[in-house]
Unconditional design. Structure first.
Length: 176
């Protein structure tokens, strides 16, 4: 039942991000900044200084952010969801189309096959994804995301029209 509920939640998030009401306005940077900081931080630092994935991550240049959350599948198994957004103030840099890639992904400091294929869309698009199961890169095998796993993602966003316009964000967090 929980798997069905999580599947429906992810499906609704995906479909909901594609539908924009006719009278909808794009959020401005103030709204995005509020959105990026409204997530309650769940500090589960076991002494290594790494905070929970239940948070927003802002790129060093301030052009983009990633909202993350973890959902409990059962008492130990987790599903990690994210939404990658380019801030309104940075969208003109990228032109009409941007390519977002997850270049590097790790779980517990082991490289995994990135759980997000490159996507090209408008800079206002919510580049969203999720991960529950993963495969190790180059050595075979894999696993299922668990509570307290350490996750590292390195995303890039590059303009299709302005090839020199590239930005990235690296995030490291602990699954709660």
């Amino acid at each position: 039942m929980k798997k069905i509920a999580i599947f429906l939640f992810v499906l609704i998030m995906m479909v909901g991000s594609l539908i924009t009401p006719a009278n909808a306005e794009e959020p401005n940077d103030i709204e995005l900044n509020l959105e990026a900081t409204d997530i309650e931080l769940t500090d589960i630092d076991p002494g290594d200084g790494i905070l929970s994935c239940e948070r927003s991550f802002l790129s060093s240049d301030g052009d983009l952010y990633v909202n993350m959350q973890a959902a409990a599948v059962d008492s130990t198994t987790r599903s990690l969801q994210w939404g990658f957004r380019i801030k309104e103030s940075a969208r003109t840099k990228f032109g009409s189309q941007v390519k977002v890639e997850l270049k590097t992904a790790r779980v517990n400091n082991k490289d995994i096959n990135p759980p997000y294929a490159p996507h090209t869309n408008s800079p206002s698009y919510n580049f969203h994804g999720s991960m529950k199961n993963y495969q190790f890169k180059g050595i075979g095998g894999g696993g299922t995301l668990k509570k307290y796993d350490l996750v590292y993602f390195h995303f890039t966003a590059s303009s299709i029209q302005n090839y020199w316009e590239v930005t990235s964000i690296e995030l490291k967090c602990r699954v709660s």
